[in-house]
Design a protein around this ligand. Structure first.
Ligand SMILES: Nc1nc2c(ncn2[C@@H]2O[C@H](COP(=O)(O)OP(=O)(O)OP(=O)(O)O)[C@@H](O)[C@H]2O)c(=O)[nH]1
Ligand SMILES: [Mg+2]
Length: 257
């Protein structure tokens, strides 16, 4: 039971390696050694403490194998899968990439990624509303990403709960689309506070919606003064070269080589 957001993510989550002929079911339970007299806050601490330990284990694995792990977070429909489809197609000659897809149900996003020729695992969280480090550990064990590769993790579309769960990623990338409104950073500050890059997507729709680029950046800087921004359209391709340049620089960072 995830006491931080009330979902029962671990009890019903399942991981499938898309494209494999023999999917491996994920049906074991977690044990929690806390007494019933503890307060909710203590339980929450336990859940996040356990998650953070596993996240550090994932991080150590990624660092040892020089895998650049990126956690893509956003509200539903901001364009995470669209960004990945373009990126994986455009950069397939430059990097070896892997994708972990997180959704409550279906393998629709994993199927879209599989169509680009990229190795992908789908995690269905059932009633859960976020990925956690334990799910990533299992997906990575099945996937075994090659050294010097990039692992994109598309989190469940949700601007709240995924902010609390470290997956062991190197960077967290928050995507917001112009159709969502420019006030999201101050309404959902944790997600913007814990991210290092903010991608503002669907700029092709700017002529049709009331959205201020200046305001969204001002609000985001209020919760995270160090946040970087990229403006893109996954439909037209505008701005994507700057995203690709950001990825290349991250791959080449001293601690990553
Ligand atoms: N106009 C426009 N539409 C876009 C753009 N990027 C994505 N879309 C559309 O937005 C919708 C949602 O895109 P997805 O890539 O599925 O979004 P997502 O964040 O992966 O969605 P979830 O996984 O459900 O959270 C689709 O209909 C896309 O075609 C864009 O840059 N411009
Ligand atoms: Mg998606």
């Amino acid at each position: 039971m995830c006491a931080t957001c009330g979902c029962d993510a671990n009890a019903s989550s399942s991981i499938r390696q898309i494209g494999e002929t023999h999917p491996h079911p994920h049906d074991h339970d977690h044990t929690h050694d806390h007494s019933h007299s503890k307060t909710i806050i203590e339980v929450e601490k336990d859940v996040l403490y356990e998650n953070n330990l596993l996240a550090q284990r994932n991080r150590g694995y990624f660092e040892a194998r020089n895998v650049l792990a990126l956690n893509l977070v956003s509200s539903p429909g901001s364009g995470k899968t669209s960004l990945l489809e373009r990126t994986l197609t455009d950069l397939k000659d430059h990097f070896t990439c892997y994708v972990i897809e997180g959704d409550q149900q279906t393998s629709r996003d994993a199927d879209r990624i599989h169509a680009t020729g990229t190795r992908v695992a789908q995690i269905n969280t059932g009633k859960g509303c976020h990925l956690d480090a334990h799910m990533i550990l299992h997906a990575v064990q099945g996937m075994k990403p090659a050294e010097n590769s990039i692992l994109f993790i598309e989190n469940v579309g949700n601007l709240v709960c995924p902010a609390m769960f470290d997956l062991g990623e190197k960077e967290r990338v928050v995507i917001i689309s112009v159709t969502e409104g420019d006030d999201k950073p101050i309404k959902y500050p944790d997600m913007f506070h814990t991210s290092t890059l903010c991608i503002i997507n669907k700029i092709d729709l700017l002529p049709y919606v009331p959205f201020s680029m200046d305001k969204v950046k001002e609000y985001a800087r209020q919760v995270n003064p160090g946040l970087s921004f990229l403006e893109v359209s996954c439909t037209s391709g505008e701005g994507l070269s700057a995203w690709y340049q950001w990825l290349k620089e991250k791959v080449q960072e001293p601690e990553h080589v």
